[in-house]
Design a protein around this ligand. Structure first.
Ligand code: PRX
Length: 659
């Protein structure tokens, strides 16, 4: 960046208060600069000011992202708090922009460059994508899937995952993708909650050199998944003995044969449901966040175009898994709508050795790269010798998402991956927001650790508990969004009350994010973390109570309190305090059993890092377990006023085990 050199030390780069200016060539050639020039906007501040007219701004974004409606909207937005409709009256289907339109203008352009963990590499053009999506869409129709029906997709990072999502959307069905790292129990819960009629999965996939089976594990719960009528299984591995139930289960590769290579895209209302994605909240049960076709298309594509500056010849790589919102928005819909070429990788980052990612960047000439702070901290620990083995000079922009990034990791990423040349877009957003909300643009001066300013058209603020703005006061408060945005969630699947109580009950008609943040005197946002009982472990969102529910479902466990503890790489580590049922004794063996049990109930990502057996847990008089007290004790802090506890002696019990 300006006046910087790759030779500066980490210490000098970390100097307090240092501002990193993007290189002027990048600014001058950026999409956002071109947009500003077209509208006679001279400065970043003026841009943010002009975009306060959200109807103007988002209708410009429709043009900028090449969104084509089947029928034009009669109104940009209709806000009946807490429900919003965008592009009211428009007829639309996101697949029109993501696939159908691309075939007309970029038929032979590569959409996905896919690399399997064992090393195979494959390219799929937009033309091929169209064919595969259409063939599967025809299969779905033949199996009786109709508009509005839910389809659960439990697939790994193979091109068939976006193909399956797009095939659902093409016929107006609603997809519900379940992360392939979740357990079969988690899959079952999500199938039952959404009442999915069809499951699309694979025989298995490769991770860290091993085969992870999917279909055989799904079989263990399919007898309870009574809503499922059919299962489509993609044969990824070919060496696994898979049991196929005649009349219910079909191999993907077989069933698509004979189906037409084109399929009409269902003409929907722009506000029809596109997908449900389950995410963790404060209760034991994940909630189904709902997103709709039109607004989501505009929100994801415009942020990708202007934050990550995607142009026709870029090679975009977002290292997230499509099982999370980052992958939905920035591996599937956003990049396809922009007609971008992207890299998709199946496996683990350190396999077979810690330079796998850097070899991928070099091999395919990745120009814009988006990952999570946890990954950066992990690579930082492994040392710069691994990226140094590769030519990363094609990179021009970097990004992070999912959790706060500490300035040390930011500066390491900047120096050793970006060679002090590539600005870092630290993007704050959520499953619920669907799109990046607070983030630098390529023209924004950067402060390491700050997500800088809201995207144009996004009205973010920090409130005190009474709803007064703490903007520019540099005091921590509640991060809120004051006006609707196009990719805003449309509610929670069959949980209207929860939707209202979670997001809209803290402040009148104002969206509460669940995060704490502060805004410094320059208007820069610093996100401090979750205010509710939701953990961020390696950037993954897991509810404390979800893990507690899993633990107490084990016959040895009577009560459990799960809390987070700062962790150098993962951001947060999971710590469980457990009261055993009478007749059971604490042991190392039992700790292992309980970790395994959580893995079976939720998945590996939710396994506690530490388990403490206690005789009692601090509780309120109404019997609520006080996680806050456990956490304070764990971190060596004062537990606050414990006089209101029903059992103050439990404080000693907890202290004893952690000392
Ligand atoms: O706490 C914030 C954190 O991740 C939460 C949202 O998690 P999820 O819905 O899983 O989506 C993650 C990917 C979009 C937020 O409430 N978070 C996300 N991005 C950042 C962040 N915290 C700090 N800085 C970020 N850039």
């Amino acid at each position: 960046m300006k006046n910087e050199s790759g030779k500066e030390t980490i210490e000098s780069l970390l100097r307090e208060g240092r501002i990193f200016h993007p290189p002027s060539e990048l600014v001058e050639s950026s999409n956002i600069k071109a947009f500003m020039d077209r509208h006679g906007i001279k400065t970043y501040e003026e841009l943010l000011e002009r975009a306060k007219d959200i109807e103007w701004f988002w209708s410009e974004m429709v043009k900028e992202t090449g969104i084509e409606w089947y029928e034009e909207p009669s109104k940009i937005m209709e806000w009946n708090p807490p429900y919003v409709k965008w592009f009211v009256g428009a007829k639309y289907n996101i697949v029109h922009n993501a696939v159908d339109k691309q075939v007309k203008i970029r038929k032979n352009k590569v959409a996905y460059i896919w690399e399997g963990e064992p090393g195979e590499s494959m390219k799929i053009t937009f033309g091929e994508l169209y064919t595969e999506v259409s063939r599967l869409a025809n299969v779905l129709k033949a199996l009786g899937i109709k508009k509005g029906d839910r389809v659960t997709i439990w697939l790994p990072m193979i091109p068939e995952l976006p193909i399956a999502m797009l095939a659902c959307a093409k016929i107006g069905a609603v997809h519900s993708v379940v992360f392939s790292g979740f357990s079969e129990r988690a899959l079952l819960d999500r199938i039952l909650d959404s009442k999915a009629k069809l499951l699309i999965t694979a025989d298995g996939f490769y991770r860290n050199g091993k085969i992870v089976e999917l279909k055989s594990r799904a079989d263990e719960v399919l007898d309870k998944a009574h809503t499922i009528e059919n299962v489509i299984v993609y044969n990824r591995i070919n060496e696994i003995n898979v049991n196929m139930m005649p009349g219910r289960d079909y191999w993907w590769q077989d069933i698509v044969k004979g189906h037409s290579r084109s399929c009409d895209t269902e003409i929907l209302d722009a506000n029809d449901l596109l997908f449900i994605l389950y995410t963790s909240g404060t209760t034991g049960k994940p909630k189904g966040v709902m997103h709709a076709h039109g607004g989501y298309a505009v929100g994801t594509a415009s942020t990708l175009k202007f934050i990550f500056d995607i142009k026709e010849d870029d090679i975009w790589w977002c290292s997230a898994d499509i099982g999370w919102i980052t992958g939905h928005s920035y591996i599937v819909y956003g990049p396809l709508i922009l007609g971008a070429t992207q890299v998709m990788y199946e496996g683990a980052p350190l396999y077979p050795q810690p330079d796998r990612w850097w070899s991928i960047i070099e091999k395919y000439g990745v120009t814009v790269f988006y990952t999570a702070p946890t990954a950066i901290r992990m690579f930082m620990r492994l040392g710069e010798k691994w990226p140094a083995r590769h030519d990363l000079s094609t990179l021009r922009l970097l990004g992070t998402v999912g959790e706060p990034i500490n300035p040390e990791a930011w500066v390491w990423y900047y120096k050793y991956i970006g060679n002090a040349r590539c600005p870092i877009m630290d993007t704050w957003w959520q499953t619920e927001t669907g799109m990046q909300m607070i983030s630098p643009l390529p023209i924004t001066p950067l402060k390491p650790g700050s997500v800088t300013k809201p995207f144009p058209g996004i009205d973010a603020d920090v409130y005190d508990p009474n709803g007064s703005s703490l903007n520019k006061k540099d005091i921590g408060g509640y991060l809120v969004i004051k006006k609707p945005w196009p990719a805003m969630l449309r509610g929670l699947w069959e949980a209207e009350e929860k939707y209202i109580s979670t997001y809209w009950s803290m402040f009148d008609n104002i969206y509460f994010t669940g995060d704490a943040a502060r805004v410094d005197k320059d208007g820069y946002f610093w996100v401090q973390g979750r205010l509710d009982d939701v953990l961020k472990v390696s950037g993954h969102r897991i509810g404390n109570s979800e893990i507690e529910s899993a633990l107490v479902s084990h016959p040895t466990v009577s009560e459990a309190a799960v809390v987070g503890k700062p962790h150098e790489i993962k951001g947060e580590a999971i710590v469980a305090f457990i009261v055993l049922r009478s007749g059971y004794e604490p042991s190392e063996e039992l700790k292992k059993t309980l970790r395994k049990h959580v893995e079976i109930e939720i998945g590996k990502i939710a396994r506690p890092d530490e388990i403490y057996f206690v005789t009692d847990l601090p509780k309120t008089r109404s019997g609520k377990i006080m996680r806050r007290v456990c956490r304070a004790l764990l971190l060596g802090m004062h537990p606050g006023d414990t006089s209101t506890l029903a059992n103050p002696e439990a404080v000693e019990a907890v202290k004893k085990v952690i000392s």
